[in-house]
Design a protein around this ligand. Sequence first.
Ligand code: ZN
Ligand code: ZN
Length: 408
Amino acid sequence: MFNEKILENYARLIVNIGVNLQKGQGLEIICPVEKYEVAEALTKAGYEAGAKIVQVRWSAQNIDKLNYENAELSILEDIPKWYVDSKNYLVENGFCYVAISAEDPSIFKDISPDKIAKIYQARSKALKKYSDAIMNNSIRWCVVSYPTSAWAKQVFPNAEDPEKELADAIIKTMRLDKKDAVSAWQEHINTLNKRAEFLNFSNFEYLHFTNSIGTDLKVGLADGHVWQSAREKAKDGVHFVANMPTEEIFTAPHRLKVDGIVKSALPLCENGQIIDNFSLTFKNGEVVDFSAEKGYDTLKNLINTDSGTKRIGEVALIGKNSPIAMSKVLFFNTLFDENASCHLALGKAYPTTVKNSENLSEEELTNLGLNDSVEHIDFMIGTPDLCVTGIKKDGTKVPLFSDGEWVI
Ligand code: ZN
Ligand code: ZN
């Protein structure tokens, strides 16, 4: 769907800025099976950058669907040891990892939300070591997207050529329409870094979110929290960009200090099912009440996955004038939609969002306020009228957002 030149630039951008592959490193790619050309372009770019080996794992949601429909739950919950070992191998051998996220947002809509939840929970539990390695930047990783037919039809149902429309939207948001995409990215990274520096310097105790649809939420920040943006540092000291596109600046909330009510600003697509017009009420960091006009059971299952999915592990700020928000496209894909709107995430916090985290034990991280879970589910709260105020320990109030956009 991308022309040859753009596909080549896309693959190079992901390999060189995204995972920032170093000479002699292994690369794993997860790619939808119908988009063979993307895996091929990434493999070429990987070897061009000096990869020692590139391996591709194909994803096929239609096959997953047949399995979920026909196989017994007990079989689907039994995650084979070889599969878990093959993921842990990547961490143990210093691979980096690219995932092409291009799911059909409602492919599993006719399968029981309970069955889907149990399958995903079993997988998350089996892969805890691997997902922890991703969350604490033990390996460098990058999630990107590529248009697929089923996904494009949901985003642009009335278009003559939905895949082409989606391709154009992805090209714009990834800055692949710029003459030099690599320097456009470097400039973008610098802009985000400056705001993150201001927030780090301010060291707010909590943020207060309000809007006209009823959000009134205080989000306490973890002790020693650090605001991060596009460019992160992996454990080996090498920088990488984990999401492309990315517009967010994010940190860790304090797991016990979230109070009030928050309303969703966009639908949430999780595991091939859609949750819409929902609200969560928090007390001392925990969800004590919730509602949803659509997907109530899916939301209920998510919240009840483990004790950590009742609390939040991320707070992220994105202005309504970001290129993704300006596109006014609802992508039904978290990679894009979370970058169009301020968001929170139920579940695990990124350990890298507190100072000196690499030298701290799990218990010490928890004491600082970091939440733990097998899940991390972003949901969007940034309406066009959202106000965000930062409050310091001495009570000083600093307006950060007015009418959905940065004021600093
Ligand atoms: Zn985020
Ligand atoms: Zn997140």
